[in-house]
Design a protein around this ligand. Structure first.
Ligand code: G4P
Ligand code: NA
Ligand code: NA
Length: 190
């Protein structure tokens, strides 16, 4: 998505070896008009699938998922909640996601009421890094007897391997901007 790449170059900031800061439009302040374009782009990428749920993780995924839902007949958006490890909640699917960026482990939870057997689930997130979050979501969907019809990432740091792992699990992955490397603070797109 050319407009996204331009925005990343204009407004993003590379931090250290592997972090891209885009809090001016995605992770802290949200550019709502631009979110609309992101939603439309996901619709175009996934025009052949018919999800009846969009699944993401709190918090940055929510705006992306809601905006995209508008272009998929307003299907419900479900966001996994992050709980501290070892809290067992009744009636929930849960899966661990180790955060590469933060060095923490969160136990993602989704109520069994909101993923039903046979559901067609589109998973969306802001960043695809090592893939832990999307892998955890995929495991929960499959445990529910539902199907992952696609995984969409706004920004895919392909060098961290998450996309490859998800494809090995049989998932279709669509990324709106693929970053191949950061070199001396410069962003190299794939
Ligand atoms: P993974 O799921 O692909 O393995 O990624 P990781 O554990 O590294 O992600 C942990 C958090 O950091 C996620 O947000 C993810 O979106 C975010 N993240 C990963 N790489 C980058 C990056 O280069 N830049 C920025 N800005 N964020 C990144 P989160 O902790 O769940 O927070 P939020 O959704 O509440 O924002
Ligand atoms: Na994030
Ligand atoms: Na996220």
């Amino acid at each position: 998505m050319e407009r996204l790449k331009q925005k990343i170059v204009a407004e993003g900031q590379v931090l250290g070896e592997d972090i891209l800061k885009v809090d001016g439009f995605l992770n802290h302040q949200i550019d709502v008009k631009f979110m609309e374009e992101i939603g439309q782009e996901f619709r175009a990428r996934f025009q052949d699938v018919k999800p009846n749920r969009i699944l993401t993780v709190e918090s940055s995924g929510i705006a992306i998922a809601c905006e995209t839902s508008r272009y998929f007949d307003y299907v419900p958006v479900v966001f996994a909640k992050k709980a501290t490890p070892n809290t067992m909640a009744e009636g929930c699917y849960s899966a661990e996601a180790r955060s590469f960026t933060k060095g923490t482990v969160s136990n993602l939870r989704v109520s069994k009421r909101f993923i039903q057997p046979g559901d067609q689930v589109l998973i969306l997130d802001d960043f695809l890094a090592s893939g832990e979050a999307s892998i955890a979501l995929t495991k929960m969907v499959r445990k529910a007897g539902a199907e992952v019809v696609g995984i969409g990432a706004v920004i895919d740091k392909a060098f961290q391997g998450g996309g490859d792992k998800l494809r090995e699990m049989g998932c279709r992955v669509e990324s709106l901007a693929v970053i191949r490397a950061f070199e001396k603070g410069q962003i190299i797109f794939g």
